[in-house]
Design a protein around this ligand. Sequence first.
Ligand SMILES: [Zn+2]
Ligand SMILES: [Zn+2]
Length: 342
Amino acid sequence: MFCVKCGKEERTYDSLCSSCYLQSNRFTQLPDHLDLQQCAHCDDYLMDKRWSHYDNELDAIYDHVAAHLLVRKDAIVRDLDIEAEEIDRKSYRVHVVATLAHEDLEAVEETETIVRVKRNVCPKCNKIQGNYYESIVQVRPTGKRFSDDEREDILRRATSYINAASKESRDAFMAKAMQAHGGYDLYISTIALGKTLARELVSMYGAEYKESSSLQGRKDGMDIYRVTYLVRLPPYRVRDIVEIDGKLYLVHSTGPQSAKLRNLKHGDNLTVSNDHLRDVKVIGTKDDVMEAVVLGEGRRELQLMHPVSFATIEVRKPQGFERTGDAVKVFLHEGEVYIIGN
Ligand SMILES: [Zn+2]
Ligand SMILES: [Zn+2]
């Protein structure tokens, strides 16, 4: 076949030889400028109708440009080389080199565009700004049992739980956290997330849990409910010492249904349902535990130096206890010394 333009004899494309064809055809096109929306609050970028997080703005620019590169249907992109140069704050000159295949031809084309990053507000931040929430998780102590440390700890756990969920879904967020009645009111974006957060806290602390809902109004013909989850933490925590029927126990672990306790005198374990522990008497915390120097050891007992009176005393070893150091942890209560552990 002859090229109708230059007369060369070779395979033709639309009656043109390969070089004439490539000279008079273009496969790629970019608008001369592109706007990229970025949320002014969370810094996410709007990429093809979805808000996404990018650690590096240039990566967002590359993806945005690649998504807007128009490619003729009869060509296949083999490779894209995109480079961006900042021209002033939040605007970039972007250079694209595209390697394309058309039938058995390879074309390399260069295009350029300007990308301007525009400040916007994403729907999620818009909701947060508008104080939007569907559920409240109320975390409450029993009595006046929250220390500042513990209250911070609860907020930290709740926040990290919500942060992990928000990585999975943009609908998941905590609108605000307010101190209330010695605990917290956590305002949560959805009912489902409020419920799973409440359950997480119940499971972690062996807390009691109640839910109630109230009708907030109607929207688009649907009743709008707001659900409140009350999470009442028990009076005890892991490592606390509690008294049941005159005997002392160390709280070994807590769970959604029950807690594991260890008899301080004998060392045997006991599982008690959370319901039975609601009003349990806490007589010590990990801050009340002292160290006692070991002076000697028998098969069944330890000789210790009393941490307060410095007298030599003998304490029976709890079942299964094996000493590992020169001192043991003890708890003093009503003239008795209990071995807690190493
Ligand atoms: Zn030709
Ligand atoms: Zn945002």
